[in-house]
Design a protein around this ligand. Structure first.
Ligand code: NDP
Ligand code: OXD
Length: 316
Protein backbone atom coordinates (compact mmCIF):
# COMPACT_ATOMS: atom_id res chain seq x y z
CA UNK A 1 0.00 0.00 0.00
CA UNK A 2 1.28 3.51 -0.92
CA UNK A 3 2.43 5.49 2.11
CA UNK A 4 0.36 8.63 2.69
CA UNK A 5 2.33 11.82 2.79
CA UNK A 6 2.36 13.53 6.17
CA UNK A 7 2.11 17.27 6.72
CA UNK A 8 2.50 19.17 9.96
CA UNK A 9 1.02 22.66 10.38
CA UNK A 10 1.64 25.46 12.87
CA UNK A 11 0.56 29.10 13.08
CA UNK A 12 0.45 31.08 16.33
CA UNK A 13 -2.86 32.80 15.58
CA UNK A 14 -4.56 31.60 12.39
CA UNK A 15 -7.59 29.32 12.43
CA UNK A 16 -6.04 25.83 12.41
CA UNK A 17 -9.27 24.05 11.49
CA UNK A 18 -9.74 26.15 8.37
CA UNK A 19 -6.23 25.23 7.21
CA UNK A 20 -6.36 21.56 8.18
CA UNK A 21 -9.61 20.97 6.32
CA UNK A 22 -8.63 23.24 3.43
CA UNK A 23 -5.31 21.53 2.79
CA UNK A 24 -6.84 18.05 3.29
CA UNK A 25 -9.50 18.88 0.68
CA UNK A 26 -6.84 19.95 -1.80
CA UNK A 27 -4.50 17.01 -1.05
CA UNK A 28 -6.73 13.97 -0.42
CA UNK A 29 -3.65 11.70 -0.34
CA UNK A 30 -2.16 13.58 2.59
CA UNK A 31 -2.52 13.33 6.35
CA UNK A 32 -2.26 16.81 7.81
CA UNK A 33 -2.08 17.48 11.53
CA UNK A 34 -1.74 20.46 13.82
CA UNK A 35 1.76 20.29 15.32
CA UNK A 36 1.75 20.41 19.09
CA UNK A 37 4.64 20.39 21.58
CA UNK A 38 6.03 16.88 21.99
CA UNK A 39 5.04 15.78 18.47
CA UNK A 40 8.19 14.39 16.87
CA UNK A 41 6.43 11.82 14.69
CA UNK A 42 7.50 11.75 11.07
CA UNK A 43 6.47 14.35 8.54
CA UNK A 44 7.23 14.98 4.89
CA UNK A 45 6.23 18.63 4.74
CA UNK A 46 5.66 21.48 7.19
CA UNK A 47 3.50 24.57 6.73
CA UNK A 48 4.45 27.22 9.26
CA UNK A 49 4.48 30.71 10.61
CA UNK A 50 6.69 31.56 13.62
CA UNK A 51 7.15 27.88 14.57
CA UNK A 52 8.80 26.85 17.85
CA UNK A 53 12.30 25.48 17.15
CA UNK A 54 11.19 22.06 18.49
CA UNK A 55 8.73 21.67 15.65
CA UNK A 56 11.42 21.59 12.96
CA UNK A 57 14.45 20.44 14.97
CA UNK A 58 16.14 17.39 13.47
CA UNK A 59 13.60 17.03 10.65
CA UNK A 60 14.70 16.37 7.09
CA UNK A 61 11.55 17.50 5.31
CA UNK A 62 10.88 17.39 1.58
CA UNK A 63 9.63 20.95 1.83
CA UNK A 64 9.10 23.69 4.40
CA UNK A 65 6.40 26.22 3.48
CA UNK A 66 6.22 29.69 5.01
CA UNK A 67 2.71 31.11 5.30
CA UNK A 68 3.98 34.51 4.24
CA UNK A 69 6.15 36.32 1.70
CA UNK A 70 9.02 37.13 4.03
CA UNK A 71 11.16 34.34 5.49
CA UNK A 72 13.48 36.47 7.62
CA UNK A 73 12.17 35.01 10.88
CA UNK A 74 12.70 31.41 9.72
CA UNK A 75 16.19 32.15 8.40
CA UNK A 76 17.09 33.97 11.61
CA UNK A 77 15.94 30.94 13.61
CA UNK A 78 18.12 28.76 11.39
CA UNK A 79 21.14 31.03 12.02
CA UNK A 80 20.52 30.86 15.77
CA UNK A 81 20.11 27.07 15.87
CA UNK A 82 22.35 25.66 13.12
CA UNK A 83 22.83 22.46 15.12
CA UNK A 84 19.09 21.76 15.40
CA UNK A 85 17.61 23.08 12.13
CA UNK A 86 18.76 21.68 8.82
CA UNK A 87 19.73 24.20 6.17
CA UNK A 88 19.20 21.50 3.55
CA UNK A 89 15.40 21.50 3.78
CA UNK A 90 14.00 23.29 0.71
CA UNK A 91 12.23 26.42 1.91
CA UNK A 92 9.34 28.01 -0.03
CA UNK A 93 7.57 31.31 0.49
CA UNK A 94 4.31 32.74 -0.80
CA UNK A 95 4.61 34.72 -3.99
CA UNK A 96 1.74 37.18 -4.27
CA UNK A 97 -1.28 34.90 -3.46
CA UNK A 98 -3.39 38.04 -3.14
CA UNK A 99 -0.81 40.15 -1.31
CA UNK A 100 0.20 42.17 -4.38
CA UNK A 101 -3.25 43.73 -4.71
CA UNK A 102 -3.27 44.65 -1.02
CA UNK A 103 0.14 46.31 -1.39
CA UNK A 104 -1.11 48.21 -4.45
CA UNK A 105 -4.09 49.51 -2.49
CA UNK A 106 -1.96 50.71 0.43
CA UNK A 107 0.71 52.30 -1.76
CA UNK A 108 -1.77 54.13 -4.00
CA UNK A 109 -3.70 55.43 -0.99
CA UNK A 110 -0.51 56.91 0.50
CA UNK A 111 0.94 58.28 -2.72
CA UNK A 112 -2.29 60.00 -3.74
CA UNK A 113 -2.92 61.28 -0.20
CA UNK A 114 0.54 62.81 -0.04
CA UNK A 115 0.41 64.22 -3.58
CA UNK A 116 -3.06 65.77 -3.07
CA UNK A 117 -2.13 67.00 0.46
CA UNK A 118 -5.15 65.43 2.13
CA UNK A 119 -3.51 65.55 5.59
CA UNK A 120 -3.06 69.32 5.18
CA UNK A 121 -6.73 69.64 4.25
CA UNK A 122 -7.67 67.61 7.31
CA UNK A 123 -5.71 70.01 9.51
CA UNK A 124 -7.33 72.96 7.73
CA UNK A 125 -10.76 71.46 8.28
CA UNK A 126 -10.11 71.25 12.02
CA UNK A 127 -9.32 74.98 11.95
CA UNK A 128 -12.38 75.69 9.71
CA UNK A 129 -9.93 77.10 7.18
CA UNK A 130 -11.05 77.36 3.52
CA UNK A 131 -7.80 77.55 1.58
CA UNK A 132 -7.03 75.69 -1.67
CA UNK A 133 -3.41 74.48 -1.58
CA UNK A 134 -0.97 74.35 -4.49
CA UNK A 135 0.11 70.90 -5.75
CA UNK A 136 3.61 69.89 -6.80
CA UNK A 137 4.09 69.46 -10.56
CA UNK A 138 3.22 65.86 -11.38
CA UNK A 139 6.45 65.31 -13.29
CA UNK A 140 8.52 66.29 -10.24
CA UNK A 141 6.68 63.97 -7.84
CA UNK A 142 9.05 61.04 -8.27
CA UNK A 143 8.22 57.76 -6.55
CA UNK A 144 10.94 55.26 -5.78
CA UNK A 145 10.33 51.65 -4.80
CA UNK A 146 13.02 49.80 -2.85
CA UNK A 147 12.86 46.23 -4.15
CA UNK A 148 11.66 45.18 -7.57
CA UNK A 149 10.49 41.69 -6.72
CA UNK A 150 6.99 40.23 -6.83
CA UNK A 151 5.42 42.96 -4.68
CA UNK A 152 7.62 45.91 -5.69
CA UNK A 153 6.98 45.34 -9.40
CA UNK A 154 3.27 44.97 -8.81
CA UNK A 155 3.12 48.26 -6.87
CA UNK A 156 5.08 50.00 -9.63
CA UNK A 157 2.66 48.68 -12.26
CA UNK A 158 -0.31 50.01 -10.29
CA UNK A 159 1.29 53.46 -9.96
CA UNK A 160 1.82 53.83 -13.71
CA UNK A 161 -1.70 55.20 -14.22
CA UNK A 162 -1.02 58.46 -12.34
CA UNK A 163 1.83 59.72 -14.52
CA UNK A 164 4.39 60.24 -11.75
CA UNK A 165 8.04 59.49 -12.60
CA UNK A 166 8.80 56.01 -11.22
CA UNK A 167 12.06 54.48 -10.02
CA UNK A 168 13.10 51.19 -8.51
CA UNK A 169 16.18 49.98 -6.69
CA UNK A 170 17.16 46.31 -6.55
CA UNK A 171 20.22 44.13 -6.04
CA UNK A 172 20.50 43.03 -9.67
CA UNK A 173 19.73 45.04 -12.86
CA UNK A 174 16.13 45.30 -14.02
CA UNK A 175 14.35 46.49 -17.15
CA UNK A 176 10.80 47.56 -16.33
CA UNK A 177 8.72 49.59 -18.79
CA UNK A 178 8.21 53.18 -17.62
CA UNK A 179 10.50 52.75 -14.60
CA UNK A 180 13.99 54.19 -14.14
CA UNK A 181 15.81 51.22 -12.63
CA UNK A 182 18.81 51.48 -10.30
CA UNK A 183 20.68 48.59 -8.74
CA UNK A 184 23.37 47.92 -6.18
CA UNK A 185 24.67 49.81 -3.17
CA UNK A 186 26.70 52.23 -5.28
CA UNK A 187 23.53 53.51 -6.98
CA UNK A 188 21.46 53.98 -3.82
CA UNK A 189 22.12 57.70 -3.35
CA UNK A 190 21.46 58.45 -7.04
CA UNK A 191 18.17 56.58 -6.68
CA UNK A 192 17.20 58.52 -3.56
CA UNK A 193 18.10 61.97 -4.89
CA UNK A 194 14.86 63.36 -6.29
CA UNK A 195 12.46 60.76 -4.76
CA UNK A 196 9.47 62.58 -3.24
CA UNK A 197 8.15 59.23 -2.03
CA UNK A 198 10.12 56.12 -1.10
CA UNK A 199 8.24 52.84 -0.70
CA UNK A 200 10.07 50.00 1.02
CA UNK A 201 9.38 46.51 -0.36
CA UNK A 202 12.71 44.87 0.39
CA UNK A 203 13.18 41.60 2.27
CA UNK A 204 14.87 41.69 5.67
CA UNK A 205 18.39 40.34 5.25
CA UNK A 206 21.69 41.20 6.93
CA UNK A 207 22.33 43.59 3.98
CA UNK A 208 19.07 45.51 4.37
CA UNK A 209 19.15 45.76 8.18
CA UNK A 210 19.28 49.44 9.28
CA UNK A 211 19.46 50.53 5.63
CA UNK A 212 17.06 53.41 6.30
CA UNK A 213 19.24 55.49 8.58
CA UNK A 214 20.30 59.14 8.87
CA UNK A 215 22.59 58.87 5.83
CA UNK A 216 19.80 57.37 3.70
CA UNK A 217 17.26 59.97 4.82
CA UNK A 218 19.67 62.86 4.18
CA UNK A 219 20.03 61.69 0.58
CA UNK A 220 16.32 62.38 -0.05
CA UNK A 221 15.03 65.81 -1.05
CA UNK A 222 13.81 67.93 1.89
CA UNK A 223 10.13 67.18 2.61
CA UNK A 224 10.06 63.66 1.11
CA UNK A 225 7.67 60.91 2.23
CA UNK A 226 8.41 57.36 3.39
CA UNK A 227 6.18 54.28 3.29
CA UNK A 228 7.36 51.08 4.95
CA UNK A 229 5.42 48.05 3.75
CA UNK A 230 8.26 45.61 4.31
CA UNK A 231 10.10 45.11 7.60
CA UNK A 232 10.86 47.27 10.65
CA UNK A 233 14.41 45.91 10.79
CA UNK A 234 15.25 48.11 7.79
CA UNK A 235 14.74 51.32 9.76
CA UNK A 236 16.78 53.05 12.45
CA UNK A 237 13.70 54.45 14.15
CA UNK A 238 15.55 57.20 16.07
CA UNK A 239 16.90 58.53 12.74
CA UNK A 240 13.44 58.34 11.18
CA UNK A 241 11.94 60.30 14.06
CA UNK A 242 14.70 62.92 13.82
CA UNK A 243 14.04 63.31 10.08
CA UNK A 244 10.31 63.74 10.75
CA UNK A 245 10.96 66.29 13.49
CA UNK A 246 13.33 68.34 11.34
CA UNK A 247 10.97 68.32 8.34
CA UNK A 248 13.49 66.40 6.21
CA UNK A 249 10.64 63.89 5.99
CA UNK A 250 7.21 65.47 5.57
CA UNK A 251 5.38 62.27 6.50
CA UNK A 252 5.73 58.55 6.99
CA UNK A 253 3.29 55.66 6.82
CA UNK A 254 4.56 52.66 8.74
CA UNK A 255 3.11 49.16 8.74
CA UNK A 256 6.09 47.43 10.33
CA UNK A 257 8.40 48.20 13.24
CA UNK A 258 11.59 47.12 14.98
CA UNK A 259 9.43 45.84 17.82
CA UNK A 260 5.91 44.54 17.14
CA UNK A 261 3.42 45.31 18.52
CA UNK A 262 4.78 48.87 18.66
CA UNK A 263 5.18 49.66 22.40
CA UNK A 264 2.46 51.93 23.78
CA UNK A 265 4.98 54.59 24.83
CA UNK A 266 6.70 54.81 21.43
CA UNK A 267 6.90 58.41 20.17
CA UNK A 268 5.81 57.30 16.68
CA UNK A 269 2.24 56.68 17.88
CA UNK A 270 1.63 60.34 18.63
CA UNK A 271 3.60 61.92 15.80
CA UNK A 272 1.36 64.27 13.78
CA UNK A 273 2.98 63.24 10.48
CA UNK A 274 2.99 59.48 11.00
CA UNK A 275 0.33 56.96 9.98
CA UNK A 276 0.54 53.58 11.68
CA UNK A 277 -0.99 50.24 10.75
CA UNK A 278 -0.39 46.99 12.67
CA UNK A 279 1.62 44.88 10.18
CA UNK A 280 -1.44 44.40 8.05
CA UNK A 281 -0.40 45.93 4.72
CA UNK A 282 -0.87 42.57 3.02
CA UNK A 283 -2.22 39.69 5.01
CA UNK A 284 -2.04 36.04 4.03
CA UNK A 285 -5.31 35.04 2.38
CA UNK A 286 -5.86 31.40 3.42
CA UNK A 287 -7.68 30.12 0.31
CA UNK A 288 -5.12 31.53 -2.12
CA UNK A 289 -2.21 30.52 0.09
CA UNK A 290 -3.56 26.96 0.40
CA UNK A 291 -4.00 26.73 -3.37
CA UNK A 292 -0.36 27.74 -3.87
CA UNK A 293 1.06 25.45 -1.16
CA UNK A 294 -1.03 22.43 -2.18
CA UNK A 295 -0.04 22.91 -5.80
CA UNK A 296 3.64 23.19 -4.79
CA UNK A 297 3.45 19.94 -2.79
CA UNK A 298 1.86 18.19 -5.77
CA UNK A 299 4.67 19.44 -7.98
CA UNK A 300 7.33 18.26 -5.52
CA UNK A 301 5.68 14.83 -5.33
CA UNK A 302 6.00 14.64 -9.13
CA UNK A 303 9.65 15.63 -8.97
CA UNK A 304 8.99 19.12 -10.34
CA UNK A 305 10.32 22.41 -8.95
CA UNK A 306 7.52 24.73 -7.71
CA UNK A 307 7.88 28.53 -7.59
CA UNK A 308 8.79 30.44 -4.43
CA UNK A 309 11.97 28.58 -3.48
CA UNK A 310 14.04 30.69 -1.12
CA UNK A 311 17.76 31.06 -1.72
CA UNK A 312 18.97 30.59 1.84
CA UNK A 313 22.40 32.09 1.05
CA UNK A 314 20.88 35.24 -0.44
CA UNK A 315 18.37 35.43 2.42
CA UNK A 316 15.15 35.82 0.39
P1 NDP B 1 10.94 39.38 -3.56
O1 NDP B 1 11.95 38.41 -3.04
O2 NDP B 1 10.11 38.99 -4.72
O3 NDP B 1 11.66 40.76 -3.93
C1 NDP B 1 12.69 41.29 -3.18
C2 NDP B 1 13.34 42.44 -3.94
O4 NDP B 1 14.28 43.09 -3.08
C3 NDP B 1 14.09 41.98 -5.19
O5 NDP B 1 13.90 42.88 -6.24
C4 NDP B 1 15.56 42.04 -4.72
O6 NDP B 1 16.51 42.32 -5.74
C5 NDP B 1 15.51 43.21 -3.76
N1 NDP B 1 16.64 43.14 -2.83
C6 NDP B 1 16.94 42.16 -1.94
N2 NDP B 1 18.08 42.46 -1.28
C7 NDP B 1 18.51 43.65 -1.77
C8 NDP B 1 19.64 44.47 -1.50
N3 NDP B 1 20.55 44.13 -0.59
N4 NDP B 1 19.77 45.60 -2.21
C9 NDP B 1 18.86 45.96 -3.15
N5 NDP B 1 17.77 45.22 -3.45
C10 NDP B 1 17.60 44.08 -2.76
O7 NDP B 1 10.00 39.76 -2.32
P2 NDP B 1 8.47 40.23 -2.34
O8 NDP B 1 8.36 41.35 -3.29
O9 NDP B 1 7.58 39.06 -2.49
O10 NDP B 1 8.32 40.74 -0.83
C11 NDP B 1 9.10 41.79 -0.32
C12 NDP B 1 8.98 41.88 1.19
O11 NDP B 1 7.74 42.44 1.57
C13 NDP B 1 9.01 40.56 1.96
O12 NDP B 1 10.31 40.05 2.09
C14 NDP B 1 8.40 40.92 3.29
O13 NDP B 1 9.42 41.33 4.18
C15 NDP B 1 7.53 42.14 2.95
N6 NDP B 1 6.10 41.85 3.18
C16 NDP B 1 5.43 42.59 4.12
C17 NDP B 1 4.10 42.37 4.35
C18 NDP B 1 3.34 43.24 5.28
O14 NDP B 1 2.15 42.97 5.53
N7 NDP B 1 3.89 44.29 5.80
C19 NDP B 1 3.35 41.31 3.64
C20 NDP B 1 4.15 40.64 2.64
C21 NDP B 1 5.47 40.90 2.43
P3 NDP B 1 16.74 41.30 -6.98
O15 NDP B 1 15.48 41.35 -7.79
O16 NDP B 1 17.89 41.90 -7.68
O17 NDP B 1 17.00 39.96 -6.36
C1 OXD C 1 4.69 38.43 5.09
C2 OXD C 1 4.13 39.27 6.13
O1 OXD C 1 5.91 38.44 4.93
O2 OXD C 1 2.96 39.06 6.51
O3 OXD C 1 3.92 37.75 4.40
O4 OXD C 1 4.80 40.18 6.62
Amino acid sequence: MRKRMKIIWYHPSMDAQCWLTGVARRLPDAEIRLWQPGDDACADYAIVRSPPVEMLAGRSLKGLFAMGAGVDELLQQQRQHPDRLSDQVPLYRLEDTGMAQQMQEYANWCVLGWYRRFADYQRQQQARCWQPLPLPARDTFTIGVLGAGVLGRSVLESLQQWGFPLRCWSRTPKTLPGVHAFHGDAALHDFLAGCQVVIDLLPATPETTDLINADFLRALPHGAHFLNLARGAHVVEADLLAALNSGQLAAAALDVFQQEPLPADDALWQHPHVTITPHSAAITLPEQAMDAIASAIQQLEKGQQPPGRVDRQRGY
